[in-house]
Design a binder for this molecule. Sequence first.
Ligand SMILES: [Fe+2]
Length: 370
Amino acid sequence: MTPEKDTTQIQNRLCSSALEAEEAGKLAEAAALYNQAIRCDASNPIPYLFYGFVLQALGQPDAAAQVWSLGADLDPRFINAWQGEGGDEIIRLRSKAANDAIRSHFAGLHETCMDEFRGANPGANVERIAAAIWCQTHNEAFEYQHPEQRPHLFFVPGLEPIPVYTAQRSPWFEILETAWADIKGEFLAAQDAAADEQAPYLDAGAKGLGVEWEPIAASLNWGSFHLYKMGAPNPRLIELFPNTLRALEQVPLVQTPTGPSEILFSVLQGGQRIPSHFGVANTDMTVHLPIIFPGDAAIRVIDTDYEWQPGKVFAFDDAFRHESWNNSALPRVNLLFEAWHPDLSEDEQHAVTAAFHARAHWNQGRSLEH
Ligand SMILES: [Fe+2]
């Protein structure tokens, strides 16, 4: 017997014993057995579904939400299995329970976070952010307001949908364009001095998005030099970009509690394509400052193609459908970062940062030990 088959059999046996314990009303015993079953093969979402159900029956809703949410990360079908026809009835019922619990949990988390924010910032008008939609886990049906703008994580209704910022240049565009030669000089020096800091922009998980993503998943076909990634600085790179960072001080960058959300140099090799997709949120603009433009490379937002101009800011809302390509034989390099949507007040910016932090903090604290 192969070790893989062995593991599956042990996991199945543990789940059967757990179900028997459930039927005998021994819920704590069932919970311990499901926990063990997950330990056998943490990549199988099914035991998470059952473990969460028992924790909820034991009167531990937050623990159940943690386990179910970890299971949903493994497979999006986890909270959707109840919607389809057929399938195992017990899985459908527990998928529905998981779906309801996760949605109710995240709605409560957002509400609490906004209440705390208003408590700490009396007078702040953050009603639009309080009414925001966490698209994957919203607890009510909702509709996007523009057919091509479909952020997959966070959507604030009522923010003006601006696909491309051609007519609405912010004052800081010019500051960056003035600093372009310095920024380019710093990049050219850093790509030699810190070549090993380049990493694939996407991890291997992107292969799951479809066959057209495979050439750029976990590959330097789309590489990045990240000065900041999800708020975490790369001290070695930061040291190499003093003028770049000085220019960016003038920009209303999207922030996390530890620093700018993302500042990077995006390197798309010749012959590569980033397939059509939607970004995370409609609360920011994605900004490109083209550093090296090899020609025959462009970005499409909705159905319009834009060719980058070296040294000229190109800003767009990545919540709109977009894709890009480099059909030349040479790499294309852009400085890339996120700046707040110009309609957001400072209070609203801080409220968005707080909402993302609350969710990330809860996600990081999730555990299987209950
Ligand atoms: Fe994108």
